[in-house]
Design a protein around this ligand. Structure first.
Ligand code: THU
Length: 130
């Protein structure tokens, strides 16, 4: 696996805390300066408090001072790569609107999208009249 973004998301998946769903997800974001920010899903016994891997990576990136990302990768151990949920698409739109999205599995399959393709007609700060 030669792409360091896929490698980072694959490693992050190993750290997923998913005792309820058993569905481990790893994500990684590439900031404009090349910095890679990983994230994994973290589940709660109060299920609705669970945070997805993609949003965890975004929040970690923002905490580290990165507000815009040029590539995103999501890795799962599934037959076909897994697309981001709607909540994660919304946050990706706000922090990575021009990003390429790599959806990968452990078999080495990679499906490519853009964030724009995944969330057409999105809501964002422009609708708030700012
Ligand atoms: N999950 C993610 O981490 N990312 C997604 O885009 C979809 C779902 C996680 C949340 C939960 O821990 C598990 O996958 C099952 O929904």
């Amino acid at each position: 696996m030669s792409d360091p973004l896929i490698a980072a998301a694959t490693n992050a998946r190993e750290r997923a805390f998913a005792p309820y769903s058993k569905f481990q997800v790893g994500a990684a974001l590439e900031a404009l300066d090349g910095t890679i920010v990983p994230g994994c899903n973290v589940e709660s016994a109060s299920y609705g408090l669970t945070i997805c891997a993609e949003r965890n990576a975004i929040f970690r990136g923002v905490t580290d001072g990165y507000h815009c990302f040029k590539r995103v990768c999501v890795v799962t151990d599934t037959d076909k790569p897994t697309p981001p949920c709607g909540a994660c698409r919304q946050l990706l739109w706000e922090f990575a609107p021009d990003a390429e999205v790599l959806l990968a599995n452990l078999k080495g399959d990679v499906i490519r999208y853009t964030v724009r393709e995944l969330i057409p007609g999105a809501f964002d700060g422009k609708q708030l009249g700012g």
